[in-house]
Design a protein around this ligand. Structure first.
Ligand code: GAR
Length: 195
């Protein structure tokens, strides 16, 4: 926790790999008057990620880590998390799987956003599979990260109707907008109910 303007804020690191719309939404949230979080660090495994521009624009510390050697990469990440006194990690389109080591150190302190109604469609290509199966609904989920892929406790989930005219791209676009909306709400709920 860090005191900002007399109020306690949770110090957060956001992990990204690409575009960063969820990072942007969390930054906007952190800047709101009564926000319970401060984003102190962005971690990224891809030096060309567009999302890094949001960190630069808002002058947030960022670290680009080369994942060629996962163990080395995670050690660097852990050092940086410690240095920046991070107490909550938010995965936002981070396309690497964290090892048990990080998950255990930050037990019940890592959130992820996933573009499906978990436990349905864990892993990749969620929208493609939803369209292929002709599902009537899809959605997005914010959940705690544990050592099994996309399987931790669900914090918040939002259902979205699949339209007849949808393809995987139109669906991805609509779901992403909802993701951007619910991630901050889920964080607030998590902080108020679980910490
Ligand atoms: C989001 O749709 C997020 O749910 C997904 O990657 C996208 C990142 O978009 N994450 C996963 O699939 C993780 N398994 P963004 O970079 O614009 O936030």
């Amino acid at each position: 926790m860090e005191k900002l303007n007399g109020k306690k804020k949770l110090v957060v690191s956001v992990f990204i790999s690409g575009r960063g719309t969820n990072l942007n939404s969390l930054i906007e949230f952190s800047k709101k008057k009564n926000s319970p979080i401060k984003i102190a660090l962005v971690i990224c495994n891809n030096k060309n990620a567009k999302g890094l521009n949001y960190a630069k624009k808002h002058k947030i510390n960022f670290l680009v880590v080369n994942y060629k050697n996962k163990n080395k990469a995670e050690n660097k990440i852990l050092i940086s998390l410690k240095k920046n006194k991070i107490s909550l990690i938010c995965l936002a389109g981070f396309m690497k799987i964290l090892s048990r080591k990080i998950i255990n150190i930050y037990k019940n302190k890592i959130l992820n956003i996933h573009p499906s109604l978990l436990p349905r469609y864990k892993g990749l290509n969620t929208h493609k599979r939803v369209i292929k199966n002709k599902d009537k609904f899809t959605g997005c989920t914010v959940h705690l990260v544990n050592s099994k892929l996309d399987s931790g406790k669900i914090i918040l989930q939002k259902r979205i109707k699949v339209l007849k005219k949808d393809n995987e791209y139109s669906l991805a676009k609509r779901v992403l907008k909802v993701e951007n909306l619910i991630y901050p709400i889920a964080i607030r709920k998590f902080i108020e109910t679980s910490l």
